[in-house]
Design a protein around this ligand. Structure first.
Ligand code: ACO
Length: 376
């Protein structure tokens, strides 16, 4: 069976794009021409946002202005009405449900909500990227019965998010790790959530609607929801000594192992090694590397038995957990970064738009005779 007939749009090229390139055989990920490994080493999330939205690296002056806009209180703070809405939600609402609802509600407060012009969409993208960390952190505080922490305009997006979650200044290693994680998740070509955003944008719908579509697609465990599932697996395995037997049994039972496999990569996802290294460093700092040890054993056994490799979702959770971030916040954190790529794709779609409307190969009956209800 060829890849196309297996469904899932495998290997189907939907359109051209200048934003992101993946070489699935070589394990390369490129944003606007720049290898993600170089961006991890030399860049910052703020600079990567500029790169993805504007197509090139900023000058010093441009980066200062862009960072200032992204970190301003005016752009980061939540409208008071939105905070009231969050407080009215049941405490058991999951962070991903809150994010989906909150982003949708933010459009009601956005002065450019109905304006689909290029400039208005760029302004909305900037505001939403600045607001989403405040939204995620505010819900964490509210569900724990604490007051939300106001954003600090002097801190980078990574440092400010960690600060708003805990109310205390994060360590330099935590900030560096989080910034790298944000860079690594910022875009990934026509993945399911980005495609969902583009389909919505292609009806000439607005940015907020496109991002809500994307959040819904990201939530599923086969996509962004996998990072949460990985950590639940680590919790089930409990200790490195149990990992080998646990994973062998899971594979023998034909279980799907979260954090492994990819539609495009045939080798290890190039993002996984960075997240492993950072998770290990953070684990060492916290005096507990057991999650990384468990995952290393799982990688060895799954590699030997199935020839499938880690994806971005395998080690990210171990790093976030070392920073004290709850498991159900891992996917919202993914969205806080990917909103940048989603917005870049919405802008690209709007700039050269045609409705996305594929066909199905119909396999049902074609000439059924209608029988009135009292004769069925
Ligand atoms: N665990 C066990 N077996 C797997 C896994 C896995 N994680 N991934 C693929 N396989 C096996 C399948 O059973 C299948 O074997 P078969 O041909 O013998 O039936 C083969 O590899 C191909 O798998 P498909 O499901 O057809 O691959 P597809 O491209 O449709 O799926 C996906 C890709 C959804 C990512 C899949 O690998 C998976 O379910 N992984 C686990 C969930 C996950 O980690 N998702 C995050 C992906 S990265 C991201 O979205 C951010």
């Amino acid at each position: 069976m060829d890849s196309a007939s297996r469904g899932g749009l495998e290997d189907i090229v939907v359109s051209t794009s200048d934003i992101c390139f993946i070489d699935g055989r070589e394990g390369r990920l490129v944003y606007r021409g720049y290898d993600v490994n170089d961006l991890v080493e030399h860049s910052s999330f703020e600079e990567v946002i500029f790169l993805l939205w504007h197509g090139g690296l900023p000058s010093k002056k441009e980066l200062v202005a862009h960072t200032k806009a992204l970190s301003s209180i005016a752009n980061r703070r939540l409208p008071p009405g939105l905070v009231s809405l969050l407080k009215a939600l049941p405490k058991k609402t999951t962070p991903m449900e809150v994010l989906r609802t909150g982003v949708s509600a933010l459009s009601a407060y956005d002065p450019d909500a109905a304006d689909n012009s290029k400039d208005a969409t760029a302004r909305k993208a900037l505001r939403l990227t600045a607001q989403m960390p405040t939204l995620v952190a505010a819900w964490e505080r509210i569900r724990r019965g604490k007051a939300p922490v106001a954003p600090n305009p002097k801190l980078s997006l990574a440092a400010n998010f960690l600060y708003m979650m805990s109310g205390t200044k994060p360590t330099p290693l935590a900030v560096k790790t989080f910034d790298v994680a944000l860079i690594l998740h910022a875009d990934h070509e026509f993945n399911a959530s980005t495609f969902a955003a583009r389909v919505t944008a292609a009806t000439m719908s607005d940015l907020h609607s496109s991002i809500v579509s994307a959040i819904g697609a990201l939530k599923g465990p086969l996509h962004g929801g996998a990072n949460e599932q990985v950590m639940l697996m680590v919790q089930k395995i409990k200790s490195p000594a149990n990992a080998d037997a646990w994973i062998r049994k899971t594979l023998a039972d034909h279980g799907r192992v979260m954090g492994f496999g990819h539609r495009v990569y045939r080798v290890e996802d190039p993002r996984a090694k960075h997240l492993r290294r950072l998770a290990e460093e953070l684990g060492k700092q916290a005096g507990d590397t057991s999650a990384v040890q468990i995952l290393d054993t799982v990688v060895r056994v799954v590699g030997e038995q199935k020839r499938i490799f880690p994806n971005v979702d395998l080690y990210s959770g171990a790093a976030y957990a070392s920073m004290g971030i709850p498991t159900d916040q891992f996917t919202p954190i993914f969205a806080m970064s990917r909103v940048v790529g989603w917005a870049a794709h919405v802008m690209e779609q709007h700039a050269n738009n045609r409705l996305i409307r594929p066909r199905a190969e119909y396999t049902g009956p074609t000439h059924a005779t209608y029988v009135p209800i009292d004769r069925r």
